[in-house]
Design a protein around this ligand. Structure first.
Ligand code: ATP
Ligand code: MG
Length: 416
C-alpha cells in the first residue's frame, strides 16, 4: 500500500527530536520568566489583515510565502507566518495600552511557503519575546540580553555571533532610503529580479539579499549608520554601551536590516556557522510603527523570535526514557495481578512498564533492551505467598519480599 505522506516541508516530530524542541522551549520560558516576560498564546490563524496590514505588499512572508485561505463564511484567513503582529494585536484588543509596559513570551508553529531545506521548513516553530510600551533604548538592551541568556542556557554562546545595526528613526530612514536607491540605480541591470522589484517598494530589504551578485554590489553601498541623525546615533551608541557593560560581544553589520516597514532603530541577529545557509537562529528589532499599522495608537515595541528547529539542531541532549521498573508475570494468567502493583508504583512516581507477552527469556530481553533497572516478578510461589520477587537487573540479585517493603527499598535507591 502506498504510504500517506506529510506535506513538503512539514515534519513529524518523533520523541527524540521533540525532546530537543522541548529543551529549547523550556530554556526560553525559564529565562524569559526571570526577565518577567509572561507567556501568552495567540491564535495560529487570523484574519489575513493582521499580517497584510503591517507586513505590507513588499514582504516575502505576505506575498510569496503565505498560507491564505477562505473559510466557509468567506472570511480570508491566514496561517500565521510570525508572532509579533498577533501579539501586538492581542495587546491592543485587550486594552493593555493603559497598562504599559507589557512583556510577553510565546512559542508555537509558524507557516511559510518556502523552499524546504535543512533548518527551513514550511511549518516551523518559533520562540519569541516582545517588550511593548518602552521606547527607551534600555528595552532594546534588555531583549538582546534576554536572547543572549537564552542561548547561554542552551550552552550555545560559543557557537554564535551577535550582529547588530541601527536603521534610525523615520527621518534617518527616509534620508538613507534615497541615498541607497541612488546608489543601487546604477546597478539596476545587474541586480537580481527580486532586488529590482524591491528598489521601488522596499529598497532597504535589498541589503538582506542572499543573491551573490547583489551581495557584491552591496559591499560598497552607502552605510546606513552614516545617515543616522544625531538622536538616532546617540540611541544606537546607548544600545552598544549597554552590551559593553554586559560584556556581550557583538559585531556591527551595516547590511543587517529587518525587511519590514515597521522596523526602526535597533536590528539584531544571533547567527551561527554550524547550520549552513540557515545560520540565523534568533532575530529581532524595534518595531515602533507596528501598533499604528494595526489600527491602534502609537506604542513602542521591541522583540525577537528564535527558530526552534535551528536551535534544536545545535542542542546536545539525549532523550532517555528507560523505565525504573518492569513488571513481568510468569504466565499471562497473572497479568491482572500486575495492574495494582503498577498502580502503586506510578503513584510513587516510578516509571513502569508491564511486559505482557512472550516467555520469560523474551521478557528479560525486552527489559534489557529498554534498559530497566529493576524487575518485579510474579510466579506461582510469589502469588501463593502474596509477595513479589524484586530483581536488580544490573547485579542479577533477587529477593522475595512484601510489595510495600519492596517499594520502600526502590524509593530509597531510585528516588535519591
Ligand atoms: P531567513 O533569513 O532565514 O529566511 P527570516 O528573516 O525570514 O529568516 P524571521 O522572520 O526573522 O526570519 O524569523 C526569526 C527566526 O525564525 C529566523 O531567524 C529563523 O531562525 C526562524 N525561521 C524563519 N523562517 C524559518 C523557516 N522557514 N524554517 C525554520 N525556521 C525559520
Ligand atoms: Mg525568510
Amino acid at each position: 500500500m502506498e504510504k500517506l505522506r506529510t506535506v513538503r516541508g512539514v515534519h513529524d516530530l518523533l520523541p527524540n527530536d521533540l525532546h530537543k524542541h522541548k529543551k529549547v522551549i523550556e530554556a526560553g520560558l525559564n529565562v524569559s520568566s526571570k526577565f518577567r516576560y509572561s507567556e501568552i498564546e495567540i491564535p495560529i490563524f487570523e484574519f489575513s489583515e493582521v499580517f497584510k496590514k503591517p507586513l505590507g505588499k513588499s514582504s516575502d512572508i505576505v506575498t510569496k510565502e503565505n498560507y491564505i485561505f477562505k473559510d466557509r463564511s468567506d472570511d480570508e484567513l491566514m496561517l500565521r507566518p510570525e508572532g509579533t503582529s498577533g501579539v501586538v494585536r492581542a495587546f491592543l484588543n485587550a486594552g493593555l495600552v493603559q497598562d504599559i509596559p507589557q512583556r510577553f513570551s510565546y512559542f508555537g508553529p509558524m507557516f511559510r511557503y518556502e523552499r524546504p531545506q535543512k533548518g527551513r521548513l514550511r511549518q516551523f516553530k518559533q520562540f519569541g519575546v516582545e517588550c511593548i510600551g518602552i521606547s527607551n533604548s534600555m528595552a532594546d538592551i534588555e531583549v538582546i540580553f534576554l536572547g543572549y541568556e537564552f542561548l547561554k542556557k542552551l550552552n550555545l554562546t560559543d557557537k554564535i555571533t551577535l550582529k547588530i545595526n541601527s536603521l534610525g528613526d523615520a527621518d534617518s530612514r527616509l534620508t538613507y532610503r534615497k541615498v541607497l536607491i541612488n546608489y543601487l540605480n546604477d546597478y539596476k541591470f545587474k541586480l537580481s529580479n527580486d532586488s529590482v522589484k524591491r528598489l521601488s517598494e522596499n529598497p532597504l530589504r535589498i541589503l538582506d539579499s542572499k543573491n551573490e551578485i547583489d551581495q557584491k554590489i552591496l559591499i560598497n553601498a552607502p552605510n546606513v549608520l552614516d545617515y543616522l541623525n544625531e538622536a538616532s546615533k546617540e540611541r544606537f551608541a546607548n544600545v552598544c554601551e549597554g552590551l559593553n557593560v554586559l560584556k556581550i560581544n557583538y559585531e556591527i553589520d551595516k547590511n543587517l536590516v529587518r525587511g519590514l516597514d515597521y522596523y526602526c532603530h535597533t536590528a539584531f541577529e544571533f547567527i551561527t556557522d554550524q547550520l549552513g545557509a540557515q545560520g540565523t537562529v534568533l532575530a529581532g528589532g524595534r518595531y515602533d510603527g507596528l501598533s499604528k499599522m494595526l489600527g491602534g495608537v502609537d506604542v513602542a515595541g521591541v522583540g525577537w523570535a528564535a527558530g526552534i528547529e535551528r536551535l534544536a539542531l545545535m542542542v546536545q541532549s539525549e532523550y532517555i526514557d528507560n523505565p525504573d521498573i518492569v513488571l513481568m508475570a510468569q504466565t499471562e494468567v497473572y497479568n491482572h495481578l500486575l495492574l495494582p502493583i503498577m498502580n502503586e508504583l506510578v503513584n510513587e512516581d516510578f516509571k513502569v512498564e508491564i511486559i505482557y507477552t512472550g516467555n520469560m527469556s523474551k521478557k528479560f530481553k525486552r527489559a534489557n533492551k529498554i534498559n530497566a533497572s529493576y524487575a518485579i516478578l510474579l510466579g506461582e510461589e510469589e502469588v501463593a505467598k502474596k509477595v513479589i520477587k524484586l530483581k536488580n537487573l544490573s547485579l542479577g540479585s533477587e529477593q522475595l519480599i512484601d510489595l510495600n517493603q519492596g517499594i520502600k527499598i526502590l524509593k530509597k535507591i531510585l528516588h535519591n
